[in-house]
Design a protein around this ligand. Structure first.
Ligand code: PRP
Length: 179
């Protein structure tokens, strides 16, 4: 069974925008080192593409949290699945997400990470769905694209664990019976 996927943002559009955001971040952090925190699994493609384009020194770490529990709606409960390997003390932390929806994941992460004495914490996301925000206090420093409330896949985002590897952002429209 194949799903029909409508292209929302092409690979070229995504790549170009990541280049712009990377240039902005490199300028803002000039003279500093960025400690990138990739939020698995969805954030991995964006984190790599962003990291490759940054001109300031970068270190990286990975964290896994779960909030959706298998469905498409956030449960409101965030679970820490894999913690960071490195200390955050004195570091300029940049959290990298694929999408911010309700904001529950980031609200939780910021609370947890700010207790670890970083120099500062900023947030960067590939996609933002502000219409869905529940945690209004979450302020995002860098947003590549603001999108409407549609179910998107690709560039790290999944539908039932599929489509993370699509090089563009698409909307799953319907299921077909053919292969
Ligand atoms: C997605 C996404 C964010 C979170 C955003 O992760 O990567 O971490 O949901 O939703 P929120 O703003 O409503 O909290 P998901 O839990 O689907 O895990 P995955 O990245 O492994 O697919």
């Amino acid at each position: 069974m194949a799903d029909k996927i409508r292209v929302l943002l092409t690979e070229e559009e995504v790549d170009a925008r990541i280049g712009e955001i990377a240039a902005q971040i490199s300028k803002d952090y000039e003279g500093q080192e960025i400690h990138l925190i990739c939020i698995l699994k969805g954030g991995v493609f964006f984190t790599c593409e962003l990291a490759k384009r940054l001109s300031v020194p970068v270190t990286m770490d990975f964290m896994s949290v779960s909030s959706y529990g298998g469905g498409t709606e956030s449960s409101g409960i965030v679970k820490l699945v894999k913690d960071l390997d490195e200390s955050l003390e004195g570091k300029h932390v940049l959290i990298v997400e694929d999408i911010i929806d309700s904001g529950r994941t980031l609200a939780y992460l910021i609370e947890v990470l700010k207790q670890r004495q970083p120099a500062d914490i900023r947030l960067c996301t590939l996609l933002d769905k502000p219409e869905r925000r529940v945690k209004k206090q979450v302020k995002v420093d860098y947003v590549c694209f603001t999108i409407p409330d549609e179910f998107v896949v690709g560039y790290g985002l999944d539908y039932d664990q599929k489509y993370r590897n699509l090089p563009y952002i698409g909307v799953v429209e319907q299921e077909r019976e053919d292969n």
